[in-house]
Design a binder for this molecule. Structure first.
Ligand SMILES: *[C@@H]1O[C@H](CO)[C@@H](O)[C@H](O)[C@H]1NC(C)=O
Ligand SMILES: *[C@@H]1O[C@H](CO)[C@@H](O)[C@H](O)[C@H]1NC(C)=O
Ligand SMILES: *[C@@H]1O[C@H](CO)[C@@H](O)[C@H](O)[C@H]1NC(C)=O
Length: 568
């Protein structure tokens, strides 16, 4: 049973903070800015236009071809990089208000970037980093409100994104239409390419591909990503659980066990964010089912476990660092009290080690023997930022301060910020991941920034899973009906209510679900469990008018204020 005791507005509009002394907060913001510049300047000096910086040896790595490629197979010896970290930095430069550097980066990429190269890349990584980075920078550059391109903007980044999109489309040529995990940017899918992919890898492409379609007016990108997402969603169990890996040629699961972390994470994220970005209720319907199933089968206390999608039984009881995005997602879904609890639990792991170990067994309180590294992951900073936006609780500024302080203490080197080989010993690796610039630094900066640039204050937007900013409302052209063919308005009895007055979830405005199921039989129990639930304004159910009454969880009926002054 999901108990929703408090609802909060999902408006990513920023306003001045209370709590931490203003000077301290501003000082922390400047530290976050300095972190970005330390990593960015060292990348530009020692690695650009290669992909990523090796901050200890002060050299570079052309890591795009290595991302997700654990065995380092089919590498292209002549690949010289695609300025990945620069592409990833643009949206952060915009947030920092660094117009000159943004403009310089856009000019360089406009003239010099090409994807016509013989290199095998991971479709998911290339989509979220390069495609998402270019689309976001394009939208920011072409928005006159941002004033990021005083010298004018040619629109070239969109052309580059479209060229890349065409190359990535060739991955969607499997018999099921679910994309192969790997594609060669010049030659398409290799003969004999592995048919194995992950749920996140093939199920979180819709934000970038959909945005590309809507900006170019060409359907094929969104169509391909949506088709794949539909196919994937159709593979869920009757309990709405997902596995972790699958075969794109047969459409069968390979790994039946799934959780909210590695291999699945952004699948959940993109169902919800696609709903927000494209305003299509069917995405919400799917997200809601998937979310309730996760809360029912995967949540265990304030932790999350993995479960077998066929039985719902737990398989692995461990915390993975990637799971730390979940409280941020819960904030977006309006489940803020849950988000707080989850975040508190996860932050306790950070406090124990100073950073996150990649895997941690919460039952035995032990770090995984090999997956004990910390690669500068952003998810805790991201969730902390979103929770602060939702609650304005100064606690989250303090959490952010701890994150920032520890990153400087354990991962900063003269040549940048480096991943750690071990969260326990803090032994250093020699790699500065590009997401450190697009996400970790950006979320910390935004957390501490009481005066974000006007384009962030005046607009609504979503962050991609790589932290890139996609403004809402750039296009309302519905291209195809998503996920289900016939979309019923999910909540015709829930009334539209003024958000600010009622502190309810933006999400719950349109939702009237009743998908409670029996955990043993997977049969529907009828409508008792509902994200639609909105508590009455006062705990004793007293009211002066209808607006002070909430929404009934079971019927999704908006409660009314009786003549005697009680909600019923
Ligand atoms: C990469 O750089 C090397 C050395 O500068 C050069 O020989 C090679 O042709 C370059 N590869 C490509 C694809 O440009
Ligand atoms: C913009 O970024 C460049 C490169 O890091 C830096 O030298 C410059 O001082 C920055 N400008 C502002 C206004 O922060
Ligand atoms: C493109 O790259 C070349 C070689 O690095 C450089 O000289 C040129 O200035 C770049 N173009 C722009 C617009 O920065």
């Amino acid at each position: 049973m999901i108990l929703v005791t408090q609802w909060t507005v999902l408006l990513l509009l920023l306003s001045p903070a209370l709590g931490m002394v203003e000077e301290e907060r501003l000082a922390l913001r400047e530290k976050a800015r300095a972190m970005f510049h330390h990593s960015y300047d060292n990348y530009m000096e020692h690695a650009f236009p290669h992909d990523e910086l090796r901050p200890v040896s002060e050299t570079y790595t052309d890591s795009l071809m290595e991302l997700g490629n654990l065995n380092l197979e089919h590498l292209s010896p002549s690949y010289n990089g695609t300025a990945l970290t620069l592409v990833e930095s643009l949206s952060t430069l915009a947030v920092l208000g660094n117009t000159s550097e943004f403009e310089k980066g856009v000019s360089w990429l406009s003239e010099n970037l090409s994807f016509d190269i013989d290199v095998r890349v991971n479709v998911f990584e290339c989509t979220i980093r390069h495609l998402g980075g270019l689309l976001s920078a394009h939208m920011l550059a072409s928005d006159p409100d941002t004033r990021l391109m005083p010298g004018g903007y040619s629109g070239r980044l969109l052309a580059l994104a479209q060229d890349l999109g065409e190359r990535l489309l060739r991955a969607f040529t499997s018999p099921t239409g679910i994309p192969y995990a790997w594609v060669n940017l010049r030659h398409g899918v290799r003969k004999g390419e592995t048919p194995e992919t992950s749920t996140a890898g093939c199920g979180s492409l819709i934000l970038e591909m959909g945005t590309l379609s809507r900006l170019t007016g060409r359907h094929q990108y969104e169509d391909a990503a949506l088709w794949a997402l539909r196919k994937l969603w159709a593979m869920r169990s009757p309990a709405d659980l997902m596995g972790t890996t699958l075969n794109v040629e047969t459409g069968q699961w390979i790994e039946f066990s799934g959780g909210i972390g590695a291999g699945v994470d952004s699948f959940y994220e993109y169902l919800l964010k696609a709903y927000i970005l494209f305003d299509e209720p069917a995405y919400w319907a799917s997200f809601h089912k998937a979310y309730l199933a996760a809360q029912r089968f995967l949540r265990t206390g304030n932790w999350y476990q993995d479960a077998d999608l066929r039985t719902g039984r737990p398989t692995h009881r461990q915390f993975g660092a990637l799971q730390a995005f979940w409280p941020g997602l819960q904030v977006l879904a309006g489940d803020v009290e849950e988000a707080r609890r989850t975040h508190r639990q996860f932050f306790a792991v950070w406090e124990t080690f100073g950073v996150f170990p990649e895997r941690y067994y919460y039952d035995g309180q032990a770090v995984h023997h090999s997956e004990n590294y910390y690669p500068l992951r952003p998810e805790l900073a991201e969730s902390t930022y979103l929770l602060y936006q939702a609650t304005r609780d100064p606690l989250y500024l303090k959490v952010g301060k701890t994150i920032l302080t520890n990153l400087n203490r354990f991962t900063k080197v003269p040549g940048g910020y480096t991943s750690l080989r071990s969260a326990v010993t803090k032994e250093k690796e020699d790699h500065q991941h590009s997401y450190f610039l697009s996400e970790t630094c950006k979320y910390l900066y935004l957390l501490f920034d009481p005066h974000p640039p006007p384009f962030l204050r005046n607009k609504q937007f979503v962050f991609t899973t790589e932290g890139h900013i996609l403004p809402l409302g750039f296009s309302r052209v519905p291209l195809r009906a998503p996920l289900t063919a016939v979309v019923k308005p999910p909540c015709d009895t829930c009334q539209t209510i003024n958000l600010d007055e009622h502190k309810i979830s933006y999400m719950s405005l349109r939702v009237c679900p009743n998908w409670a199921i029996d955990s043993r039989t997977f049969k529907s129990l009828g409508g008792v469990e509902s994200i639609c639930h909105i508590p009455d304004g006062s705990p004793d159910h007293r009211c002066k008018n209808h607006l002070q009454c909430g929404v009934d969880a079971a019927s999704c009926r908006h409660r009314t204020c009786s003549p005697a002054g009680f909600c019923n």
